[in-house]
Ligand binder design. Structure first.
Ligand SMILES: C[S@@+](CC[C@H](N)C(=O)[O-])C[C@H]1O[C@@H](n2cnc3c(N)ncnc32)[C@H](O)[C@@H]1O
Length: 229
């Protein structure tokens, strides 16, 4: 069954003394995710926000493979922010900014300058496993912010389980959806059509759907009429 961790460190996995948390799913999904992102971000330059970074393991992996990109990790949860900072410190990479608190439910969220650096308009936003473990207004806030902060050729990447045309793509996702909704009726596996309608209202469009292991997908969105990049 799909993993369902809203707060790492409370799932029984030990954390390191410096606050580094470990997500079991990271070990299974980081390489397939980067294999997709690399097609669009490999060799590029610019600023990329990771929204809902969780432990911070993904951003370190991606930053290691994209030295021309400055990565901006973020989350809402204090323990996660501490974990991201600790993974960042351990990696010692120059292209990861300190993590910052961004609440995607705030429709006006923005990225704060850190250590004297402010991001430019974003090359991309990457957000994994967030919008189904959060109320729909988090998806709305994420997409509204993407419309504000992405460059003309910028892209939004969403990773996670999704329904297609109202149907789950796997029994395991249906079971996962039921468990999410039993915890909070505002949570749940989202339908590609609903997410696409939402992004279209903000001037973006679905530009790619990528099959991932464990019945997950990456949905890639770009601005309507965006220049090819
Ligand atoms: C299941 S975890 C996924 C973490 C990471 N992206 C990954 O795939 O391992 C969901 C993350 O979303 C964050 N989150 C939940 N609600 C949020 C919100 N309103 N704004 C920003 N992050 C949020 C949680 O703190 C958590 O780190």
């Amino acid at each position: 069954m799909a993993q369902h961790v809203t707060e790492f460190g409370r799932d029984g996995r030990p954390s390191e003394p410096d606050g580094r948390l470990d997500a079991a799913a990271f070990h299974r999904n980081h390489q397939p995710i980067w294999a997709v992102l690399e097609k669009y971000l490999g060799g590029r330059t610019g600023d990329v926000l990771e929204a809902g970074s969780g432990t911070g393991q993904h951003v370190v992996h991606f930053a290691r493979h994209s030295p021309g990109i400055t990565w901006w990790p973020s989350d809402l949860n204090e323990a996660h922010l501490k974990s991201i900072a600790a993974w960042r410190a351990m990696a010692g990479l120059p292209n990861i900014r300190p993590p910052q608190r961004i609440d995607l439910a705030d429709p006006d969220w923005s990225i704060s300058p850190v250590e004297g650096h402010a991001p430019g308009k974003l090359l991309a936003i990457f957000c994994a496993n967030v919008i189904h473990i959060a109320p729909w207004r988090v998806a709305e806030g994420l997409v509204a912010g993407a419309a504000r902060h992405l460059r003309e050729d910028g892209r939004l990447f969403l990773y996670g389980p999704f329904k297609r045309d109202g149907h789950h793509t796997a029994i395991s996702n249906a079971v996962f959806d039921t468990s999410l909704r039993s915890q909070d009726p505002d949570w749940g596996v989202r339908d590609i059509a609903d997410v696409t309608r939402l992004v279209e209202r903000e001037g973006l469009q679905l530009a790619g759907t990528f099959e991932m292991p464990a019945n997950n997908l990456i949905l890639m969105f770009e601005r309507t009429g965006a220049p090819s990049a």
